[in-house]
Ligand binder design. Sequence first.
Ligand SMILES: Cc1cc2nc3c(=O)[nH]c(=O)nc-3n(C[C@H](O)[C@H](O)[C@H](O)COP(=O)(O)O)c2cc1C
Length: 146
Amino acid sequence: MTETLHRLVYYSRNHTSGEDAVFSAHIDDILAKSRINNTRDQITGALLFNAGCFAQVLEGPLPNIEAAFERIQQDDRHGDVSLLALDPIDTRSFPNWAMGFVGTSSVDAERFADIGSSSGFDPSRLSGDQIYTLLRNLTIEEEADA
Ligand SMILES: Cc1cc2nc3c(=O)[nH]c(=O)nc-3n(C[C@H](O)[C@H](O)[C@H](O)COP(=O)(O)O)c2cc1C
């Protein structure tokens, strides 16, 4: 029997501060670790970040995403980790992404501005569904460009 797939969405406050280079190094490290661990754990998903916050979607077998979320919550590079959604799903929305990311490019900044107008530039006001939809649309566009 195959295990039930689940999708988890959370939001957190970015605690990495400092110069762009330091911030980039943290992001590179997070993505590198995530891709190794998530490939091992059959987890796919995407990470959205800016200087103030992270939002992430994880999808995979429930015990695996729960274990990953435990580790993620212990990470002091962010805080105020808020679980927004944890639901069973039929199929993966990020099948090709051990961890896709949407970050600081100018194109993304413009997109963020759009979301900002409805959320006061604060993604913590977005629901799990909105974050999921946003990340799915952005990664689909990335795939189209690739
Ligand atoms: C915003 C953020 C997102 C993260 N996402 C993941 C993830 O998707 N998968 C993962 O294994 N670790 C993720 N991490 C890293 C974990 O918190 C932790 O550093 C890592 O799992 C430790 O891996 P290790 O036990 O192999 O050293 C994330 C960390 C942060 C701050």
